[in-house]
Design a protein around this ligand. Structure first.
Ligand code: URA
Length: 155
């Protein structure tokens, strides 16, 4: 069953992105889950399906998860921003204020999912969860409150 705050998240209008996107794309996957994966923001495909990582980036993600022998169904997948940033020709990345406004929902998801490993896909997710950390290498975990945060490239 979805917690009450999840319904509030789906109704969120805290930033201007909600005015132009089709719907809020909430995190998706089992709870609790060992693995949680945080991306950037929904793309045009995810804006239609309202499920994170269902477009081309999702296919890439599934491929890389299969190399690590991790089933997508074992992973809770979410984003730093939950609404599709409008694009004219190229998708744009979410702005710092959009990510900051959406962080409240990400923190609630983290608490809900209780992950042991959080995979951070790309600079937006890395800066969101490991602010001020000088990265030495992708793939090397940073430990915070017993959780391994693993910076990775965005697919
Ligand atoms: N789709 C998502 O849901 N997130 C990304 O970061 C990219 C594509």
């Amino acid at each position: 069953m979805l917690p009450n705050w999840y319904h509030n998240m789906l109704a969120c209008h805290a930033c201007t992105l909600r005015a132009t996107c089709s719907g809020v794309v909430g995190g998706d996957g089992p709870t609790p889950a060992t693995y949680m994966l945080i991306g950037e923001a929904p793309g045009a495909e995810e804006d239609k399906s309202v499920i994170p990582f269902t477009g081309r980036a999702g296919s890439e993600l599934d491929y890389f998860l299969s190399l690590a022998v991790i089933e997508r169904s074992e992973v809770f997948v979410t984003n730093s921003a939950r609404c599709f940033p409008p694009s004219s020709r190229h998708p744009r990345t979410p702005k710092p204020n959009e990510v900051a406004t959406c962080r409240q929902w990400l923190l609630k998801e983290l608490e809900w999912v209780q992950p042991k490993v959080v995979i951070l896909l790309g600079a937006i997710a890395i800066n969101n969860m490991l602010p001020g950390t000088k990265l030495t290498q992708h793939g090397v975990p940073y430990w915070q409150e017993g959780i391994a945060y693993v910076p990775m490239y965005h697919p």
